[in-house]
Design a protein around this ligand. Structure first.
Ligand SMILES: Nc1ncnc2c1ncn2[C@@H]1O[C@H](COP(=O)(O)OP(=O)(O)O)[C@@H](O)[C@H]1O
Ligand SMILES: [Mg+2]
Length: 372
């Protein structure tokens, strides 16, 4: 047997499934602080709830899975760590009881950001959310772009008004298997434009803390475009696991994408990947042809230079725009080629999230509310 590698270890651990949720331990984010070197595997098994029925068996199940996949000689050090408090409870505002059941929580919050507006940030956020839901994940999408919320249009729910339950918690609107909440549902657009930083921050906190998200694998957050104070404040307010940066191929757009990456680095939010949108033009009547109108390979080169994953390129195609305007994200049309491209990007994103989570310590939920 060959030496274990980081990815062979993660693959082996994906075969260990928590009988309660039916999800594997990598997906659940239970594997943390993973180190693989010289035939030795070390990690922390992070259990939110130490009384979980699988808690006592999980370490041995992991050892078995690793030995089966990687050979009897592999050395495995597992330590356990846990915490009792759920995300919902901690994010509650004004000490209000969150009312979430044990185990409820948001596993990963992922911000979708861009250096400038109009590059397709909301299009990418919406399609990624639906694509992840199609792959069986529990997904929410929160649109905190107060100046140009477009999620209501892209999902065809412009007139939806989220309801509030008896615990005074907001119930997200559901469409295409995604739980949605948008500034556009709640804020009068003419008034939003004069909002200032602190108002945005408190609205964002309320969106996360006072909403009945239930259990989510991913909460995708459509940030306002740009890399200014508002964006910086939002990413510092919310326990974001990582960011996806959307760019178009032009040099000016790439320069702004670079600023985006450095903003996230400043606040220690890992960049999970760069997506190049409108990378090339494909006319409907010549679906095999690719015209690189704005130059080729810029975002991929930027990703390499900055040592962040390149998640993929998306063409400029009329159907993406039409479907967005019609409230049916392109991934809902499984016959479209763009739909496959989005699936590839969302799979890459999941891998990137899992790899990041596996090396990092568990996010202490308590840190979320009381600052770092
Ligand atoms: N790959 C694409 N092909 C065609 N149209 C696109 C593509 N990506 C985005 N668009 C369109 O471009 C416009 C801006 O996209 P949007 O996602 O709203 O950008 P942002 O959120 O960055 O401001 C929208 O009309 C959208 O439908
Ligand atoms: Mg937008």
């Amino acid at each position: 047997m060959s030496q274990p590698t980081f990815s062979s270890v993660l693959d082996a651990l994906r075969s260990v499934v928590d009988p309660v949720s039916g999800k594997d331990l990598v997906r659940l984010g239970w594997i943390r602080e993973l180190q693989v070197s010289d035939g030795r595997v070390r990690f922390t098994l992070w259990l939110e709830d130490p009384t979980h029925v699988f808690a006592s068996e999980a370490p041995e199940a992991c050892r078995q899975a690793l030995k089966e996949a990687l050979g009897e000689t592999v050395q495995v050090d597992v330590s356990s760590d846990s915490e009792m408090i759920g995300l919902g409870a901690d994010l509650s505002i004004d000490g209000q009881e969150a009312g979430s059941a044990p185990g409820d929580g948001i596993a990963n919050i992922i911000a979708v950001a861009s250096g400038k507006g109009g590059v397709g940030k909301s299009t990418v956020a919406s399609n990624l959310a639906v694509s992840l839901a199609q792959q069986g994940y529990d997904v929410g999408l929160v649109d905190v772009d107060i100046y140009g919320p477009s999620v209501p249009t892209m999902f065809g729910v412009e007139n939806a008004k989220p309801r509030v339950n008896e615990h005074r918690r907001i119930l997200p609107v559901e469409k295409y298997g995604v739980k949605l909440l948008s500034m556009g549902f709640l804020v009068d657009q003419d008034k939003a434009v004069i909002w200032r930083g602190p108002m945005v921050t408190s609205a964002v906190r309320q969106f996360l803390g006072d909403t009945e998200w239930g259990t989510l694998d991913f909460l995708i957050m459509d940030l306002p475009p740009g890399t200014g104070d508002i964006q910086l404040t939002i990413v510092q307010t919310v326990p974001i696991n990582g960011a996806v940066i959307v760019s178009t191929p032009q040099r000016v757009a790439l320069a702004d994408a670079r600023k985006g990456v450095s903003m996230f680095e400043q606040v220690n939010v890992p960049v999970l990947g760069i997506v190049e949108n409108m990378a090339y033009f494909t006319p409907p009547e010549l679906p095999e042809n690719k015209y690189y109108l704005f130059g080729q390979g810029g975002a991929r080169a930027l990703a390499e230079e900055l040592d962040v994953p390149f998640l993929g390129e998306l063409p400029l195609v009329q159907a993406i725009r039409e479907n967005a305007d019609d409230g049916t994200p392109i991934v809902t049309d499984s016959s479209s080629s763009a739909s496959n491209l989005f699936s590839g990007i969302s799979e890459g994103l999941v891998r990137s999230v899992e790899e990041r989570n596996a090396v990092r310590p568990a996010t202490r939920k308590i840190d979320i509310l009381h600052g770092k």
